[in-house]
Structures are given as C-alpha cells and as structure tokens.
Ligand binder design. Structure first.
Ligand code: SF4
Length: 443
C-alpha cells in the first residue's frame, strides 16, 4: 500500500514532526507492506505534489489554521486528478475547524486530535465514519521516533545551514501543554482529545491529561542517533514549552551530560520556571538559547491572558539566564483586548530592561482554539492571517491599523534584535502563507 503525507504550504523551516510521528507509527503497526513518503508544500509546488503522489492509495494533508485554504485546494486537485485516491486531513487546522471539512466532498476522512492511532484505523479499514478520533497514546515512550527515512530532511537542514551556518533539526521531549493562555491554541489542541463528538454542531471532547513527557533516556538516544546520522550541530526542542516540569527539564539535562551529546540546543521556556539550578545544568548540557515569550509589559494584560506569569517573573528569568550566558530570544504580543498605547509603552520598558538578544513582534491572531475565536471567523481568508501579519484584529482601545503601525514602529526601533522570520517578512512587506514564493526567494 502506498501512502503519501503532505504538509500544506507555509513558510516554516521546521520539519513536519507530526507527520513523521504518524508515519513511524503506522509503519511500525500496520501488518502489510507500506510505502510512505512525506512531502511539504514549502518545497514542492502543487504540480510536483500531484506528480509525486501518483499511485498512492491514501494521501494525508496536515497543517495549522493558515494552511487550511491550501489543504482544501490540494484535496480538490487530488480528487480531480485521482478520483479513487482516498484523502485524509488532520493536524491543528482541520482539528480545530472540523466543520469546514466535514461537508467537503473532496475529503474522505477527517482526523481530529493526535493522528497516530486514527491513521492506523483508516489504513486497517476499521474507521467507520468520516470523523476519526481516538484517545491519544498515553505512553508516549511507546511511539517510535519520527520517521526520518520517508522525508528529505536535508532540505530543512540545508536552509538552516545557509541561514544560520549550523545544521539544525528538532527533537520533541513531550506532548501537550498544561496551561491555557488565552491567545494560544496549544493548550487546546496539544492536550488530550479522548474522543471528539461533533453533535449539536459543536466540537466537544474530553480532556483529562494535559501533558505527557518522554523519558529522558529515549530523548537522548534519539538525539545521539540523529546527531551522528545527519551531522547535526544544533537541536531545536519543539515542545510547546520544555520546562513546565522542572524535574523533566533536569532529567533531560543530566542525561545529555551523561551521554555526552555535546551539541548546542535551544528550547521554549516559561518565565515562571527558570532558576539558577536549571540554567547551570542547561549550560553544562550545551544549551545555548532560551526562547521565552514576554508577551507584554503590562501587569493587567498578564492577568488577562492567563499565562500565569508576571512582569517580575519575566525580569528574573531574563536576568538569571543572562548570568549563565544563555542567549535569550523573546516574543512580544500586541493586541490582546486591553492593549493601549500605554500598555505598549510598558512593553517597551520591559524589553529595554530584559535586553533580549533576539525579539519578534506579533499581533494577536484569533485562531480557533484561542479564547478569541468566533465561528464566523471560519469565513476569513486564513492564508493571509498569521501572528506576524493580519489586517483583521483590533484591541478594545486600538484599531487594527493602529496596532499594525505600532508593530512597524517597534520592528524599526528594535531592528538590530529582530528575529529572522520578522526580518524576512519586513523585507517583503507582506504576510500570510501566500508569501511562500517570495519567502523562498528571500532566503
Ligand atoms: S503560550 Fe506556552 S504555556 Fe501558554 S498555552 Fe501556549 S504553549 Fe502553553
């Protein structure tokens, strides 16, 4: 049986780990012969995708909300070209906007939530309806490592090598997020979807356990294997946050030290859980970068966004990591409901205090799964909206135009610290996933 997975177009140089996990799982559990390939709309044009999937029994599309329009476009093209090929959609976008897919005749299966078991059910012919949803696998150590044989990983690594002068790939140490920040969909999708139910035109699901961690030993074994196979010189941890549990973070660092991984790495960190002990061990384990969202300098906004962090915690996290020589990358989020010129001024004061090495400025995107989503947003052209650029959102006090003007001003003011993606978007002056061709040209 031939199966093709396709990540829809989006200017991201992170490899599609979710599809690589699903691929590894079905290759491990499916009883017959399975020929799997993983393609990416970032590299492959629609025409190339159509050519490469020729002969597939199943094609599975995945993406986040800004990729939903491209997923729909691809499924139409596939059904026109290969009417008997079964189409499957999954990932954050389709899971959080299920009704835009359920009535789409070009889609055969809609996978809601984590996809390993659901994909296996589809291949085994035991999925009996269009919506396929399973309780995610609790023991994440039982899931094989991401399938790095069915994807051309060097395409991703060489972009990083060209851009940053280092061979980068990603490793996941846990799944989910225990928090529920109002602006982030991770706390929604990334948690446990036991069983999805779409009755009453409303997506309902049970959510029992919010975070599952891998054993440090298995994570480090994977790092060693990938390091040697691909000559990796930097690891990105692609966890929502790597430090929600201090013991997990400490175990990882200790194992890396003991197994002598000796490769620099960086990870997302919550500012409320950064201390001397963690920084000291992280540096010993060759951690070089912490990516910490400061979001805003306004105490009121921090209370409003429910992140559980305060301005004081942020200052402390940046101070302590600086003391250990860890490079601090941060993100400021403009446009939560209480945003005003005054709160933006407070954010600037906080940025000046913490003095990050790299910063990015985004405007709130009301993705499904965030507290700001409304059903009518299904109608928006999500290919033109992401956290870096949108022309729709405004706060209680500032219009969208005013927010965008402030974003541009801050990008200009902190231009010497800009995150690479902001620099590229700024250079092009455009946003959304439609920028792919231009982004590729700018790389
Ligand atoms: S911002 Fe971080 S802590 Fe908050 S929900 Fe998203 S991933 Fe979790």
């Amino acid at each position: 049986m031939k199966v093709s997975f396709v990540r829809a177009r989006y200017p991201s140089v992170w490899e599609p780990t979710n599809l690589m996990y699903v691929s590894a799982f079905v290759k491990d559990r499916y009883k017959g012969n399975l020929d799997v390939q993983i393609l990416d709309g970032f590299f492959d044009s629609d025409e190339q995708i159509l050519n490469k999937i020729s002969g597939s029994d199943y094609v599975g599309f995945s993406g986040t909300t800004p990729q939903v329009p491209h997923i729909k476009q691809l499924s139409k093209l596939v059904k026109k070209e290969y009417p008997s090929m079964k189409t499957i959609v999954g990932g954050y976008g389709p899971s959080l906007q299920p009704f835009t897919f359920l009535n789409d005749p070009t889609i055969d299966y809609l996978v809601v939530g984590e996809g390993e078991q659901s994909m296996l059910d589809i291949l085994n012919g035991t999925a009996t309806q269009k919506l396929v949803s399973n309780q995610p696998i609790m023991d994440v150590d039982s899931i094989p490592n991401p399938d790095r044989d069915s994807i051309d990983l060097n395409r991703y690594i060489s972009i990083a090598e060209k851009d940053e002068g280092r061979r980068v790939t990603s490793i996941m140490t846990e799944r989910g997020c225990a928090f529920g920040c109002t602006f982030c969909a991770e706390g929604e999708f990334g948690t446990i979807w036991r069983k999805a139910d779409l009755s009453n035109k409303k997506l309902e699901y049970e959510r029992a356990v919010r975070l599952r961690q891998r054993s440090a030993k298995l994570v480090v074994e994977e790092m060693l294997e990938v390091r040697d196979r691909f000559n990796i010189t930097f690891f990105k941890m692609n966890d929502a946050e790597t430090n929600p549990s201090k013991p997990h973070f400490i175990r990882l660092c200790k194992e890396m030290i003991e197994q002598e991984v000796n490769v620099p790495w960086g990870c997302n960190m919550r500012c409320d859980k950064v201390d001397d002990e963690m920084c000291a061990l992280a540096v010993k384990a060759h951690c070089e970068e912490f990516w910490m969202g400061l979001e805003s300098g306004s105490p009121e906004i921090h209370r409003d966004i429910n992140k559980g962090t305060t301005v004081e915690m942020i200052k402390k996290a940046f101070d302590v990591s600086k003391k250990y020589g860890i490079k601090r990358r941060t993100y400021a989020l403009l446009g939560t409901p209480l945003e005003s010129y005054e709160t933006i001024k407070q954010t600037e004061e906080l940025i000046d205090y913490v003095d990050p090495e790299i910063i990015g400025f985004s405007i709130l995107a009301p993705y499904p799964g965030t507290a700001y989503w409304k059903p009518e947003y299904d109608e928006l052209d999500w290919s033109q909206i992401d956290e870096f650029s949108n022309t729709t959102w405004s706060s209680n006090n500032l219009t969208n135009q005013e927010l965008r003007r402030e974003q541009s001003r801050l990008i200009e003011k902190y231009s010497d610290k800009l995150a690479p993606i902001i620099r590229k978007k700024q250079k092009l002056g455009i946003g959304g996933s439609q920028t792919l061709d231009s982004m590729m040209g700018a790389m």
